[in-house]
Design a protein around this ligand. Structure first.
Ligand code: FPP
Length: 249
């Protein structure tokens, strides 16, 4: 279990906080951030991509094991072609730079979602990022792309049903652990903390199976303004929660 020591601003006293193993973030509020400044929505996504880069670096520096971010949902295709293209362009650029700087940053990449709908260039970059970063042992960043919690659960159910149809598996073989292994997140522990900035308080089809016992943290800060200090506040709030997983402490 990872621990880190933090100084609080108010008391200057040292407290020992427990660092969650896995933090997941719904990067929301890019459009409103841009609108407030009279800028196109795409400008919000551009600054949002930078916010992500800085949070990923910070996560690594504090010793977080897993960071999962919702970058593009199965529902986001409903947006204008211009906006979708802009987000895809940012993702391509981000991955090209991540591959270029891989030895320096040492971040392991993984993708959750159906990548087959993405451009061949983006798919190739994603595959290269996964392959080349397999060796790193620090933080693992899971990028959710064309991801939806329901799509993920349906896909797992279909995989298992197909195994039953061929006789490879029996319905009674299925349990929670076996089902988890059929999800895109196979092998990744469930998120301890799910953060949603921007004042919205809903789950939006994000990690539906995995977040069954996650702690939620909502903040009014818009994603492009979300920085390391905001992550600290979320972890501080997490540390005040009593996690009982349906039991009694
Ligand atoms: C939600 O804000 C954000 C998205 C749907 C896109 C997230 C994309 C990025 C942060 C940029 C690319 C990411 C990476 C990892 C390089 P919204 O547009 O729904 O905001 P709004 O609710 O204020 O309109």
């Amino acid at each position: 279990m990872a621990f880190f020591i933090k100084k609080t601003d108010k008391t200057e006293s040292e407290i020992i906080s427990k660092l969650p193993t896995h933090i997941a973030i719904i990067m929301d509020g890019n459009g409103r951030w841009a609108k407030k400044r009279g800028l196109p929505r795409t400008a919000g996504h551009k600054v949002g991509a930078e916010a992500f880069r800085s949070i990923a670096n910070y996560a690594k520096s504090i010793g977080l094991k897993y960071l999962t971010v919702y970058a593009f949902s199965t529902e986001n295709w409903k947006r204008s072609e211009e906006e979708v293209d802009a987000i895809m362009g940012l993702l391509e650029r981000f991955l090209r730079e991540a591959i270029r700087d891989m030895d320096k940053n040492q971040v392991r990449f993984c993708f959750f979602g159906d990548l087959t709908r993405l451009s061949p260039a983006l798919q190739a970059e994603a595959a290269e990022a996964v392959e080349r970063s397999k060796q790193y042992e620090g933080v693992q960043v899971n990028l959710c792309l064309n991801y939806g919690g329901r799509a993920e659960i349906l896909r797992a159910a279909r995989i298992f049903a197909a195994r039953c149809a061929t006789g490879e598996a029996k319905p009674a073989d299925l349990n929670e652990a076996a089902f988890s292994e059929l999800l895109w997140s196979a092998g990744v522990p469930d998120p301890d903390l799910v953060i949603r900035p921007s004042g919205e308080e809903r789950i939006s089809n994000f990690l539906l199976w995995q977040s069954a016992y996650s702690e939620y943290y909502f903040t009014d800060t818009l994603w492009p303004d979300f920085g390391p200090r905001d992550l600290d506040l979320a972890i501080e709030a997490y540390n005040k929660r009593s996690r009982r997983f349906g039991g009694v402490k």
